[in-house]
Design a protein around this ligand. Structure first.
Ligand code: UT7
Length: 336
């Protein structure tokens, strides 16, 4: 690795991958006491993608997303010296998803590891990767946010199950001679005293006292929806406002605020309170549901491919999730 120096950082390419199978709100009405109307009004979701357990996994969605990002960048996997996957649904605790993805795209012997920060996984990973490239410790990093939440969803729990979907989003970060390019502000924060709001119990002892009276399915996500909702509405606004203050930007100086796709009502509440134009806050939750660590990465790829990240204007990524965790990342970009 090279001696430290303050490099600029550029997103050379983005990619994403989602499973073939669509699960619509109507599919839920066949298995749960719910309705298309309730789900759409309360969450903004019409359908989500669900992985085929025999053919699709966090690993192969991650691999496909990263390969597409490399193709968009015109790069080979062998040019990467680090691969980071943000996920809470790595197939195995060992090895990490990242090491297998790195091998699959031809990046060996790039360093590789997973980050466990729930829905903040992609934003945390982008912040860590950017810092590595900026410092000169890495030349090119593959960053992925990926989930197969369907594997850890209790489909008898109507509050949780209707929200979640599967997918992966990726970006390839490279060094640039201009140090003004890249992340101009980042934050990564957490409050572990509030973990009981959203957790994934493995053993009976993991179930907190507050949940002992409920039916908890081991190996499945458990969420206090109302608690997380309240936290998210306040936190989204705070994080965006803090990031704007730190960068001395006003909301409408940004080309996009890319929010974790948690619930349309959470995104809209933050957007309205901050006074952001609707076209500056991208929404795809209607098509994919809440894909946790993948959501910001998928949005970033769709916005990039649609040419909606205006060259020369900064953009912001912001997320919150289990932990509880929250994070932001504001990037400056090169003009046309
Ligand atoms: O990615 C980060 C982590 N997660 C989130 O960001 C999720 C945050 N939370 C939420 O998005 C929302 O809290 C939910 C979508 C999970 C729930 O929406 P809500 O408006 O907060 O509903 P609620 O939990 O307050 O429940 C209202 C009613 C209840 O019935 P009663 O007690 O009023 O009779 C629920 O039993 O809605 C009922 N309900 C449903 N009804 C039809 C809950 N889920 C459903 C459902 N279909 N799927």
């Amino acid at each position: 690795m090279n001696a430290p120096r303050n490099w600029g950082v550029r997103i050379a390419g983005t990619g994403s991958a989602v499973p073939e199978r669509r699960m619509t709100n109507a599919d839920f009405t066949a298995i749960l006491d719910t309705s298309d109307e309730w789900i759409l009004q309360r969450t903004g979701i019409s359908e989500r993608r669900i992985a085929d357990p025999n053919a699709e996994s966090t690993f192969n969605l991650s691999r496909d997303a990263l390969q597409r990002a490399l193709d968009a960048a015109g790069m080979k996997g062998s040019e990467l010296d680090l691969v980071i996957v943000g996920t809470l649904t790595s197939e195995m605790p060992c090895p990490s998803t990242a090491v297998r993805v790195a091998a699959a795209v031809g990046a060996v012997p790039a360093g590789a590891f997973d980050i466990s920060a729930a829905c903040c996984g992609f934003v945390y990973a982008m912040n860590v990767a950017e810092t590595m490239v900026r410092s000169g410790r890495a030349k090119a990093v593959g960053v992925i946010g990926a989930e197969t939440l369907s594997r850890v969803t209790d489909y008898t729990d109507r509050t949780c199950s209707i929200l979640f979907g599967d997918g992966a989003g990726a970006a390839v970060l490279v060094r640039d001679e201009d140090p003004a390019l890249g992340c101009i502000h980042q934050s990564m924060q957490a409050d572990g005293s509030r973990w009981e709001s959203l957790y994934l119990p493995v053993l009976p002892r993991d179930v907190p006292e507050s949940d002992l009276q409920s039916t908890v399915r081991l190996g499945c996500l458990r969420m206090n929806g109302r608690e997380v909702f309240k936290f998210a509405v306040t936190k989204f606004r705070e994080v965006i406002e803090e990031s704007l203050a730190a960068t001395r930007l006003s909301a409408n100086d940004l080309s996009q605020v890319i929010c974790h796709q948690s619930n349309i009502r959470i995104i809209e509440a933050a957007r309205e309170r901050i006074g952001l134009d609707p076209e500056k806050v991208y929404v795809n939750i209607d098509r994919y549901g809440n894909t946790s660590a993948a959501s910001v990465g998928i949005c970033l790829d769709e916005l990039t491919r649609a040419g909606k990240l205006t060259p020369g204007l900064p953009f912001m990524m912001v997320a919150f999730g289990g932990g509880l965790t929250w994070a932001s990342s504001v990037w400056s970009t090169r003009g046309a």
